[in-house]
Design a protein around this ligand. Structure first.
Ligand code: FAD
Length: 401
């Protein structure tokens, strides 16, 4: 391979680069598969995923095309794309308002099971994650355990071939429509609180499991509280060793944080804000132009960081620090972009305008930018707050010095 041009620069017969040919192939697929209702669901997305009905349809279409899990190893159902192709695919999806999938299984549990699951778990769950038959939610946080996750007190006691689980989880996104949950529970009281935790896969239809909704700031129903009252979980559903759930959960969080805020999603909000500014003639305002340009530069830097993390040969970004940096930079940038979009919307973002009967396209767009701004406030909290990420990064630096 010495001296060979990178694949994305290779000329193909019609004169286009392989990269251009790839983008053309993606665009052709999106043009047919992304029906107007799916695009509308994509445009209306406020939080971390689109309307669940649209997610299911879009998931199925990507699965049938073989493009549902670009980041997975090819032998497990991945596409075999280069990092650059994965990046371009995400960008095209965002440009075309594709729904953002509810991807807990695809983003974190699937890759975890590929690395750490038993052959039986892989056989039972992997295909169902790929096909969208099973939707997974994450049961980590509890009323007394968020950033301080080791404080978990939901208990599991071994009885024969089962664990019997009692306790409660909170802020569980999508629990109300999920088929399965992965969770960490306490199975022993170790010397350190991180010891004595165990990672379990729990069927959401188990007797004794109940789900109660928690309405979000923007009025949406995304998260829930989940109660366990004598819920039996087969011991075969344990990932890793009993009492070693902390290291399993840490690995899962690394996998999940690496792409929690796709740059393409931020780009979509920024481009829409720029268009709205242009529509009002505000794009000539030098202060606004400076801010738009500044955010665009930050977005380009974020995209490059993500691309570096996706690319082979950059292990430093692929280990503990990369996921934390991406999670923190992406979520904070997303918030600043949503804030600017809100400012551009101006008075049209005041929710009560709609209530006063002042309907119209501008009022709708304004209301959406307010709802988006509120929804994105959560991005620096979920999957580990920004403060937690800074602690991780600082700790790694101190540990290395
Ligand atoms: C939209 C949304 C969806 C979520 N979905 C899920 C889900 O599906 N499954 C799940 O398990 N959880 C979920 N969570 C919960 C999320 O993981 C927790 O909210 C998060 O870990 C913070 O925990 P906490 O809410 O208990 O806040 P706390 O831990 O009480 O933190 C409060 C504040 O103190 C700061 N802080 C805490 N400790 C430190 C420290 N050592 N140093 C510096 N600052 C610190 C935090 O950064 C934060 O600003 C979700 C949360 C949100 C907002």
């Amino acid at each position: 391979m010495d001296g060979a041009a990178p694949a994305h620069l290779t000329q193909v017969t019609d004169g286009a680069t392989a990269e251009e040919a790839f983008v053309a192939e993606v665009r052709a697929f999106l043009a047919g598969a992304l029906t107007p209702d799916l695009r509308e669901a994509g445009r209306q997305t406020l939080g971390v995923h689109a309307d669940i009905a649209a997610c299911r349809i879009w998931h199925r279409r990507l699965y049938e095309r073989g493009w549902i899990a670009p980041a997975w190893p090819r032998q497990w159902g991945g596409t075999g794309w280069t990092a650059q192709q994965r990046f371009l695919f995400d960008r095209e999806c965002a440009r075309n308002d594709a729904p953002i999938l509810f991807a807990t299984g695809l983003r974190s549990l699937g890759p975890l099971l590929i690395e750490m699951g038993t052959p039986e778990q892989q056989g039972r769950y992997i295909h169902r994650i790929l096909s969208g038959q099973d939707i997974w939610c994450q049961g980590f946080s509890e009323p007394g355990a968020g950033s301080d996750l080791a404080a978990i007190s939901t208990r599991a006691v071994r009885e024969g071939d089962d664990y019997v689980v009692n306790g409660a989880k909170i802020w569980t996104t999508g629990a109300h429509f999920s088929d399965q949950m992965f969770a960490i529970v306490r199975t022993a009281d170790g010397e350190r609180r991180q010891q004595g935790l165990t990672f379990l896969l729990i069927d959401m239809r188990s007797p004794g499991l109940t789900v109660a909704p928690i309405p979000g700031l923007a009025g949406e129903h995304e998260f829930n509280q989940v109660f366990f009252d004598g819920v039996r979980v087969p011991a075969a559903n344990r990932v890793g060793a009993e009492n070693d759930g902390w290291s399993v959960a840490k690995r899962l969080m690394q996998l999940a944080r690496s792409n929690n805020t796709p740059p393409a999603m931020v780009r979509r909000v920024l481009l829409r804000a720029a268009l709205a500014a242009a529509g009002q003639g505000a794009d000539l305002d030098p202060a606004l132009r400076r801010r738009l340009a500044g955010l665009m530069i930050e977005l380009e830097a974020f995209e490059n960081l993500e691309l570096a993390a996706l690319s082979a040969g950059r292990p430093r970004l692929g280990d503990q620090l990369g996921p934390s940096m991406l999670k923190m930079i992406g979520s904070e940038l997303h918030q600043r972009v949503a804030e600017l979009a809100l400012e551009i919307a101006g008075p049209t973002a005041i929710a009560s305008l709609a209530a006063l009967g002042l309907a119209g396209e501008a009022v709708d767009a304004g209301a959406r930018s307010m709802a988006k701004h509120l929804a994105v406030r959560a991005a620096t909290i979920y999957s580990g707050s920004s403060e937690t990420q800074r602690n991780v990064i600082a700790q790694a630096l101190i540990g290395r010095s």
